[in-house]
Design a protein around this ligand. Sequence first.
Ligand code: KIV
Ligand code: ZN
Length: 501
Amino acid sequence: MEEKVYIFDTTLRDGEQSPGISLNAREKLEIAEQLARLGVDIIEAGFPVTSPGDFEAVKTIAEKVKGPTIAALARAVDLDIDRAWEAIKNAEKPRIHTFIMTSDIQIGLQLKKTKDEVLEMAARAVRRAKGYTNDVEFSPMDATRSDFDFLCKVIEAAIESGATVINIPDTVGYALPNEFGKLIRDLKSAVKSLNNVILSVHCHNDLGMAVANSVSAIENGANQIECAVNGLGERAGNTSLEEIAMILDTRRRTLNKTTGIVTEEIIKTSRLVSSLTGYFVQFNKAIVGANAFAHSSGIHQDGVLKGRTTFEIIDPRKIGLTESKLILGKTSGRHAFKTHLESMGYSLKEEEFDRAFERFKDLADKKAEITDEDLIAIATDEVRTIKEAYILEYIKTSSGTNKTPKAKIRLKKDDKLIEEEARGDGQVDAVCKAISMATGVETKLLSYNVSSITGGLDAQGDVTIQLEIEGNKVLGRGVSTDIIEASARAYLNAINKAIEK
Ligand code: KIV
Ligand code: ZN
């Protein structure tokens, strides 16, 4: 009989700790709703004590997202546990996840406590969390570099105090797959009570082995995997959700395990997370990279044409990729557009749909062939749209050899129109300066990235801009066939987000 492996997603907690990612509450909710459609068992929605913004986001997710368990992270101290509970108490299925460092190196250098104190704090934290909810997860942080006997003691104490899930983190991504598998096996035989709780693992990817270590843990008795979409997370990231899910699916007979993941939702989830975090997926990334199903050499192409399975171990449709190229054009009506979006899994609210349709018509005027990629870019952009204080009405730019680039823009705020002109080093610089003057918002540019959504000279440009505004980092995104306009949209999107915060 196949055993279930629980998928614990930490995109919104460990993933959000990746440098430069700063999601607002609305974006976090959007991702959480998609994670629920993807079928994850647990969503770690955040670390409520760290900021009022994180607290509010976790609370909103706990109140609105139905299906998965909603977990909140807390250090092994009363304040954290109380805040975590406050944030998730209205969830259908709440879980408090508490942790404490257990390796000599972290206890000595950072926590500055004795091992007895750590043991006592762990037990006390679990008891306090248990006073709020039955579902309590405990993590001995840096488990893979902890003294084995001490690790066993802490785990035993946590279970005795009421922990229902024990999570073994390879916090610094140091373990080798065979070592990590052995650790799981040894813990199970040394701590008998571990067989009565869920045994989880949380692997980091510093040596590129997070997924391999997670698989090894499953083979040795772990039944919960902590992971993040696109492998996001501290430093080199966490176990990649899509990779572990597809390993368990593709090698199901060998591993004899099952998950609740709706694999057809994988590509959409990956794209949503990538677009909202501004973290691009590398082309050759397993499962969700642009080249994951691209065959370049003649022999491979020939093979795939004769039979897909010659060089493909996964049917791309299994992760939600469709082969249909275009379908819709200038003359397509609202009904066809809506039906096609729905077939790709997007159900937009009325006003989002109206805006998306207007953009699609506009695009159809400029671009010969509209692909699913174009439609996904528009749909994702619309579902993530915040209530914008400023709307871009018009831009005009000019530049040329030996000419100073200039930009003129018009923004709308409520019923007021604001026009500004500026010069810059280039047209993008000029347009951003004009927007900054019109909104009165000063910004520092942290990063600028442009990529094309599809091939071809008429492709849409996808611009992400990271700005620092009043000490906060905000990410803006804009899509257009004209990259100056895409840049202006991305810049204004970041400003609107900063104002909304
Ligand atoms: O990497 C780690 O140890 C963690 C814990 C909080 C589980 O993220
Ligand atoms: Zn971690």
